[in-house]
Design a protein around this ligand. Sequence first.
Ligand code: BES
Ligand code: ZN
Ligand code: ZN
Length: 498
Amino acid sequence: MQIEVLYGPIQASDADGIVLSLFEGAPLEGAVKAVDEALGGAVAGLIASGDFGGKAQQIAVLYPRGAIPARRVILVGLGAAETFDADAVRQAAAVAAKKARELQVSRLASVLHGTGKLPAEQAAQATVEGSELGLYSYHGQKTAPPPPALPQSLELMASDEAEMAAAAEGAARGQVVATAVALTRDLVNLPPNICTPAYLAQVAVEMAQQSGLRVEVLERKQMEALKMGALLAVAQGSDTPPRFIVLEHNADRAADLKTVVLVGKGVTFDTGGYDLKTREGMANMKVDMAGAAAVIGAMQAVAALDLPLHVVGLAPAADNMIGSRAYRPQEVITASNGTTIEVVSTDAEGRLLLADALVYAARFQPAAVVDIATLTGACMTALGVGVAAGLFSNDDALRDALLAASARTAERLWPLPLFPEYEKMIESDTADVVNSSREKFPGVGASATFLKRFVSYPWAHIDMAGMAVGEKEHPYIARGKASGFGVRLLIEFVRGWQ
Ligand code: BES
Ligand code: ZN
Ligand code: ZN
């Protein structure tokens, strides 16, 4: 969708549809009041009838029939003014954009929702993000051509030149962010026979070439040279070879800039291995690379925004399969830092990929490393599905920075503990550590405690197992499809990390 920021009264716009918004129970003001007057009190009438009250996600359409140049007025609710934030803008913009598409609107114009309560830059960014994310659709491998992408354009109406400049900046950032989320969603939505480790690597290489990122893709031989025995043990059961993707922004300035490393779990399909998952458990395991996809998406945006840090994205990618070469329970494998791991469950494969990636991260002498992974069902048990991702960290400042980014993006994180008791649960009789807790509870704490064994720097771990796929109806996350969770969070985190 083409996006333009203009200034002038929206009631003068001759777009196919104009979007106005209203807080719940608020008096008519500004553009809404002007349109109401031009339409002879039609908005007031709508409210008086009880058909529209400005509730969040509420929508109504009015037809001006020549009273103003626009063909339609789309009214959207912002909810209560007291609880208003940038996410209310994203949601309202998404609902309005989807309504416009349903009405076959080609040229859409919109107010900047909530300016006055939010700086114009933030309002514009959130309006663009909500519109683009709400309109996202996945066409997959259908042979029929996709329907035309509507609306074709969105004009954001600022009230004066100063607001226009700020809004233009926010809108441009919103577009970068939405493009990154769409890339991630596409990767996660793809079937596992297409989205293999090699495919992920190819997409990363193409994206890097277009974005000016440095990219390196390690193949099995190079991983062997690095002694990545944990990652390789997972990969050895599949004919589909593994890849280890390294993306780097500002690689040439690494000595002068602070380094942040993002690491994403890239299991392109998780059968569980010999600890085979059930039919239900395996049903959607193509999304087990959502962490890697989030890192690839975030890196695209980090480059496009040219953020003033040395940022490295690592995506270890492999399939977890069964077969004559597949790793088995009771095997002892050796990670790239020499740590020996007794395999208790072949289904606890993600942490094995992450172990070698976290060891690799140390070479960049990072100020912070954040890993993101669809790691445990236990995290879903603890926090719910589609509610929040779990956050673990060995560093308070890093945890706070991630929580701040979480609040700004409405990609919810909830801090979980790294209690010392968990360390006992991953002790092995015969190796340095087991890959899965010997005790039933808490599986999520044990998984993070396992990862901690491989870090030597400020680190945070995000368990997004319950967040990869849209769970319930949501204005800008389609149910049953990839959410793109983590992309906006990681971008905002890097933007705010000093
Ligand atoms: N990929 C799964 C975790 C998962 C579950 C992601 C559901 C998304 C939705 C992970 O590799 C796994 O199988 N974890 C096991 C760990 C256990 C064997 C210690 C789990 O959570 O059951
Ligand atoms: Zn697994
Ligand atoms: Zn997995």
